[in-house]
Design a protein around this ligand. Sequence first.
Ligand code: UD1
Length: 359
Amino acid sequence: MTNPDIHIVGARPNFMKAAPVVERLIARGRPPLIVHTGQHYDAEMSQVFFNELAMKEPDINLGIGSGTHAQQTAALLTALEETFQEHRPGRVVVYGDINSTIAAALVAAKIDIPVAHVEAGLRSFDRTMPEEVNRVVTDVLSDVHFVTSEEGMSNLQREGVSLGHAHFVGNPMIDTLLRFRDTLDSAGARKRHGLPERYAVATLHRPANVDDPATASGLVDALTRVSKHLPILIPLHPRGRRILVEAGLTDVQSIQVVEPLGYLEFMSLVVDAALVLTDSGGIQEETTVSGVPCLTLRDNTERPVTITMGTNVLVGNHPDRIVAAAEEFLSHPPEGTSPPLWDGRAGERIAEILVSFQD
Ligand code: UD1
């Protein structure tokens, strides 16, 4: 039998994708080694998810931390190479599109360790997004592709990936949501944050929205105008905090800015919100499954199924457009449905295929 696989996690959105896969592998008697790169290190950006999702704690934490893309990726490459040389995993499994994902795929490919990519094939077709570069390169380097929605299969095919190595398995992030859905306490979360029955949740962290003061200021203007219709709670990611605060985000009475929330508290608020405004990738999917109206503050999405089937609409970051769309969504909430195979069993499908390689 080959050495255990290594699964790489590094930043907040990885944890809820990896948890169901790891759980099913453990149930099948094939526990992987978990390597946490430490790309996210604040307790509320990382440890809280292991506690809440009851996920196996990392076997190794590389403590990479923050830096420019080059600094962070360089530190990741060096540390991951040592780890892979030492443990010689049968396979390296990477998740999503963060810097830890591309770094692990590159190191493994160079030392001839097969790579499996969970959430392969997503494309925004916007190479100015660091995540898009990470997705494209990771998919080129991967031997196995686990795909969350049908358009991911066509994207891979167009890029020359052999479809014999691509598996449409559904969405493991949605496994986590469905698993915990019954334990969510929306009324309690609302009360804890002093929110009325009708409220909105917003998140902002993309470089395109929070790195430039003029853009950030336009977004604060839009949120301020939307907050005249209903209060907005914003659990604020550390990236962009300074610029958004300077743009006046914390000065608006009907906007409540809080620290990043744990998974259960955050989802409790999202599933019951009248409106979500976000530039996140995962939240577009979570609102789709929950039937919650979602305005995505971007010009493109790598998750078009959330628009064609779900409750998501792209509104970019122009204030008038955001406010008009919010007013429209509040008076005429969109109807949506769950995309195919977003059924809570993606982790099981992925685990079954990974185990078949080890037998
Ligand atoms: C990363 C991912 C992005 C994902 C996001 C979710 C990349 C290229 N981007 O972006 O795809 O949507 O995570 O959260 O990998 N920081 C802290 N505490 C932390 C982590 C970060 O203060 O625990 C600060 C850093 O100092 C830095 C900023 O947040 O200033 C950015 O962190 P980084 O992990 O580099 O990228 P994200 O913007 O979080």
